[in-house]
Design a protein around this ligand. Structure first.
Ligand code: CAA
Ligand code: NAI
Length: 698
C-alpha cells in the first residue's frame, strides 16, 4: 500500500522520492511508512549519490493529515520520519512548489537543502489549528532564519514567499522546475560537507547572547492574542531553540503539541477548518455542477454596501461597473471606494500605486445598458421591497440569459424579489457583511426556485472573492441576523433588569468576541435597528429613547456610550445609566445585580436555541454551517468553534434547563427550548449527533 503513496526513481546517481497523496499530499500513515521505506532503499543503493524529496500533483505537502489528530498514533510518527531524513548520510534536497505547510515544511527542514520555484509559498500554520508545529519546526526554523523571524512566522502562521525565504536563508535556491532544479542542485553539493539544520548555530547565536530582540519580537507577535493558548506555546517553544539543546527543545515542543492537540481550543479550530470546507458541499449539487466563470460584474447601488462589494471584484482582478441613479451619487460612490484604497495604502496595508491599479478595473454608469455584458449583477439599493422588485424586473429585461442575478438584501424575501423576473432560477441572495470589502462571510440565500447552477456559481464567486460562502434558506434574517436578533432582545432586557452596557460588553469580550454588543451597536449606528423596529411595530424602551435623543452611536459622538472629541473608545455615560433606571422604574422593574454568568448565558443560549430552530426548519444545512456564519461574520472566537460546537461542550441538557428557567423568569415563551433542542437534550445528544444523523439520512 505504501508504494502507492510514495514512489522512488533512480537515475544518474540521484534518487527521487515522490509523495503522491492527492489532493494536498498530507502526511498520513501510508505516506510516512512509504517515506521510511523508500529512504532506506535509496540509502542502501550504492549507485545513489544524492536524494531529492519531491511531491506529485498540485503542491508540495500541506502537512500532517489533520483527520488523524485525536486518533491513536500509528508508527512511524512524523518525528521518526524526519529524524531518518536528518540522519541520512547522503545529501537530501527538498523540491518545493505550491504551498509547503506545517509538517510538510518540517519534513523539508529535516532535509539538508531546500530549493523552490519562485511561486512557492511556505509556512507553519499550526497556530491556526490551535497548535504549534510539533515535528521540530519550532527548533529548526529559528536555526535557519533566526528566532525573531521564526517567532513572527510561527505565531502568525503566515506564509513566506520563495524570494523572502531565499533572502532569510530558509531555502537555498530558486529554480524553474522543482524536481529538475533539485536534481541539478544535488550535483553541486559536496556529500562530505553535510550540515544538518539541527546542528546549525549561526542564526541563534545572537539571541543566545542577548534575547531582548527576540522578546520584543515575541511581544509584538502576541500583542492582540488573549485567551488563546497556542500562541504562547509557540513563543515558549521558539525560545527553547536558543536556550536548550536541540533534543530537549524538540522534546518540550512535542509535549506542548500533545497537550494542545487534546484541548478544546484546538478541537474547536480544527472543527472550523473542516466546517468551512464542508459548507461548500451542498446536498443534491454534485461536483459535476460547475460554477460559471465570471468575467465582468455589475453592482447596482454604490452606497455603503455596493461600493464594498464592487471592491471585492476589483481586488480579484475582475472588471466591475457600479450603476447608480445619477452622476452625483455615482461619483460619491466611486470617491468613497478610492478613499478606502487610499487609506489602506497610507496605512501600509497595500503597496503604493494600488489605488490606481484597482480603480482601473472600476467603471461607473447611470445607463442600465451596461448590464447586458455582465456575468453577474448584484443589487445593493435601498432596503425596500417595492424598489427591489422594480430593479429586478428591469434587470430581467437587460441582463444576458444565464447571468447570475443576486440581491444583497438583509431582511427581504428573496422569493418575492425573484418573482419579479421571468428567470427566478437565476436569482438568489448574496448577503455580504459590512464592511463588505473586509468581512469574510457570504450568506448565499437560496430561494425556492434558485437553480443548482446558480448556487454553484455563487459559491465559486464567493471563493474567488476570498469569502467564506455558506448556503442558507430564505427567512427573516437568514441565519446570522436571525440569531443576532435574539441576542439584541436580551441586551435590552439585561439593561432594564440591572446590567449596564459596559458590564455586558466586558463579559462578551472576555468570552473572546473582539467587541461587545453595545459597542458594536454604536459602531454600526443605532438608527438602523430603530428604523427596523419602527417598521415592524416593535419597541426597545432604552434604545428607542437613545435614538429619540439623537444618540445614534459613534457617528453622533453618543450612543450607549460617549465618544469625546472624535474618540472611538467607548466611555460609560452616567446619562445613559440614569435613562436606563428611569425606563426600568417606569416599567415597574426593580433592577438587581446580575452575575457575569447570567449575562454570558443570556448572550449565548437564546442564540443557540434559535440555531436549533433554524436547523429544525432546514434554513441551515448543518450545525457546522451555523458555526462558520458566526465565526466569519460576527467575531465568534474561532477557538470556541462557533455556537453549536460551544453548545455541545457546555451540554444541551444544561442549556435547555437554563432556557427553561429564563423563559419563566422573563415571561417569554420564545426563550423556552425549541422541540429539537429539547429532543437532543433529553437523549443526552448534541448538535454533532444531529449532524451525523442528518448525514446518514441523506
Ligand atoms: N490534512 C488533511 N486534509 C487536508 C489537509 C491536511 N493537512 N489540508 C487540506 N486538506 C483537505 C481539505 O479538507 C480538503 O478536503 P475536501 O476536498 O474533502 O474538502 C482538501 O484537502 C483540499 O483542501 P482545500 O479545499 O483547502 O484546498 P486549497 O487548494 O484551497 O488549499 C491548502 C490548500 C492551502 C493546503 C489548505 O488546505 C490548507 O491550508 N491546509 C491546512 C494546512 C495546515 O494547516 N497544515 C498543518 C497541518 S498540522 C501539522 O502539520 C502538525 C505538525 O506539525 C505535525
Ligand atoms: P446605502 O443607502 O448606503 O446605499 C444604497 C445606494 O443605492 C445609494 O447610493 C442609492 O443612491 C442607490 N440606489 C437607490 N436606488 C437605486 C436605483 N434604482 N438604481 C441604482 N442605485 C440606486 O445602503 P447600504 O447600506 O449600502 O444597503 C444596501 C443594501 O444592502 C440594502 O438592501 C441593505 O439592507 C443591504 N445590507 C446592508 C448592510 C449594512 O450594514 N449597511 C449589511 C448587509 C446588507
Amino acid at each position: 500500500m505504501s508504494e502507492q503513496k510514495v514512489g522512488l526513481e533512480i537515475a544518474n546517481g540521484v534518487a527521487v522520492i515522490s509523495i503522491d497523496n492527492p489532493p494536498v499530499n498530507a502526511l498520513g500513515h501510508a505516506v510516512r511508512a512509504g517515506l521510511v521505506e523508500q529512504l532506506a532503499a535509496a540509502e542502501a543503493d550504492a549507485s545513489v549519490r544524492a536524494i531529492v524529496l519531491a511531491c506529485k500533483g498540485r503542491t508540495f505537502s500541506a502537512g500532517a493529515d489533520i483527520t488523524e489528530f485525536g486518533k491513536p498514533p500509528r508508527a512511524p510518527g512524523l518525528h521518526e520520519v524526519i529524524e531518518r531524513f536528518d540522519n541520512c548520510r547522503k545529501p537530501v534536497i527538498a523540491a518545493l512548489f505550491g504551498t509547503t505547510l506545517g509538517g510538510g515544511l518540517e519534513l523539508a527542514l529535516g532535509c539538508h537543502y531546500r530549493v523552490a520555484v519562485e511561486s512557492a509559498r511556505m509556512g507553519l500554520p499550526e497556530v491556526k489549528l490551535g497548535l504549534l508545529p510539533g515535528a521540530g519546526g519550532t527548533q529548526r526554523l529559528p536555526r535557519l532564519i533566526g528566532p525573531e523571524k521564526a517567532v513572527a512566522a510561527i505565531v502568525s502562521g503566515k506564509m513566506i514567499g520563495a524570494k523572502a525565504a531565499l533572502a532569510d536563508g530558509l531555502i537555498d535556491a530558486i529554480v524553474s522546475d522543482p524536481v529538475q532544479g533539485a536534481i541539478d542542485f544535488a550535483h553541486t553539493v559536496d556529500p562530505a560537507k553535510l550540515v544538518r539544520v539541527r546542528d546549525r548555530s549561526d542564526k541563534i547565536a545572537a539571541a543566545k547572547a542577548d534575547p531582548s530582540a527576540f522578546e520584543a519580537a515575541a511581544a509584538e507577535a502576541t500583542k492582540r492574542l488573549k485567551g488563546v493558548e497556542a500562541p504562547a506555546a509557540c513563543v515558549e517553544a521558539v525560545r527553547n531553540s536558543f536556550t536548550l539543546p536541540f533534543d530537549e527543545g524538540a522534546r518540550a515542543e512535542q509535549q506542548a503539541f500533545m497537550r494542545l492537540v487534546v484541548g478544546d481550543q484546538s478541537r474547536a479550530q480544527r472543527h472550523v477548518f473542516f466546517a468551512e470546507r464542508e459548507a461548500q458541499k451542498i446536498p443534491g449539487i454534485g461536483p459535476e455542477v460547475k460554477g460559471a466563470k465570471i468575467g465582468r460584474a455589475v453592482v447596482i447601488g454604490g452606497g455603503t454596501m455596493g461600493g464594498g462589494i464592487a471592491m471585492n471584484f476589483a481586488n480579484a482582478g475582475i472588471p466591475v461597473t457600479i450603476v447608480e441613479t445619477d452622476e452625483a451619487a455615482l461619483s460619491r460612490g466611486l470617491d468613497r471606494v478610492r478613499g478606502t484604497y487610499d487609506v489602506s495604502v497610507q496605512r501600509g496595508a497595500l503597496p503604493a500605486g494600488t489605488t490606481e491599479k484597482r480603480m482601473a478595473l472600476f467603471s461607473g454608469s447611470t445607463d442600465w445598458g451596461v448590464m447586458a455584458e455582465a456575468d453577474i449583477v448584484i443589487e445593493a439599493v435601498f432596503e425596500e421591497l417595492g424598489l427591489k422588485k422594480e430593479v429586478f424586473a428591469r434587470i430581467d429585461g437587460i441582463a444576458r440569459p444565464g447571468a447570475l442575478l443576486a440581491t444583497n438584501t438583509s431582511t427581504l424575501d428573496v422569493d418575492a424579489i425573484a418573482a419579479a423576473t421571468k428567470r427566478p432560477g437565476d436569482v438568489l441572495g448574496m448577503h455580504f457583511f459590512s464592511p463588505a470589502n473586509v468581512m469574510k462571510l457570504l450568506e448565499i440565500v437560496r430561494g425556492k426556485e434558485s437553480s443548482a447552477q446558480s448556487i454553484a456559481t455563487a459559491i465559486a464567486v464567493g471563493k474567488t472573492l476570498g469569502k467564506v460562502p455558506v448556503v442558507v434558506g430564505n427567512c427573516d434574517g437568514f441565519v446570522g441576523n436571525r440569531m443576532l436578533a435574539r441576542r439584541t432582545i436580551e441586551c435590552e432586557r439585561l439593561m432594564l433588569e440591572g446590567a449596564l452596557p459596559q458590564q455586558v460588553d466586558a463579559v462578551v469580550k472576555a468570552f473572546g468576541f473582539p467587541m461587545g454588543p453595545f459597542a458594536m451597536g454604536d459602531l454600526a449606528g443605532l438608527d438602523v435597528g430603530w428604523r427596523i423596529r419602527k417598521h415592524r411595530g416593535a419597541t426597545a424602551p432604552v434604545s428607542d429613547a437613545l435614538c429619540e435623543m439623537g444618540r445614534f452611536g459613534q457617528k453622533t459622538g453618543r450612543g450607549y456610550y460617549i465618544y469625546e472629541n472624535g474618540s472611538r473608545v467607548p466611555t460609560p455615560d452616567p446619562e445613559v445609566e440614569a435613562l436606563i433606571s428611569e425606563k426600568a422604574t417606569a416599567l415597574g422593574i426593580t433592577r438587581r445585580a446580575i452575575s457575569d454568568q447570567e449575562i454570558l448565558e443570556r448572550m449565548t443560549y437564546p442564540m443557540i436555541n434559535e440555531a436549533a430552530r433554524i436547523l429544525e426548519e432546514g434554513i441551515a444545512i448543518r450545525p457546522s454551517d451555523v458555526d462558520v456564519v458566526w465565526v466569519y461574520g460576527y467575531g465568534w472566537p474561532v477557538w470556541r468553534g462557533g455556537p453549536c460546537f460551544h453548545a455541545d461542550l457546555v451540554g444541551l441538557k444544561e442549556i435547555a434547563a437554563r432556557l427553561e428557567h429564563y423563559a419563566q423568569a422573563v415571561g417569554d415563551e420564545t426563550l423556552a427550548p425549541c422541540a429539537l433542542l429539547r429532543r437532543l437534550a433529553a437523549a443526552g445528544q448534541g448538535f454533532a449527533d444531529f449532524a451525523q444523523d442528518a448525514k446518514a439520512a441523506s
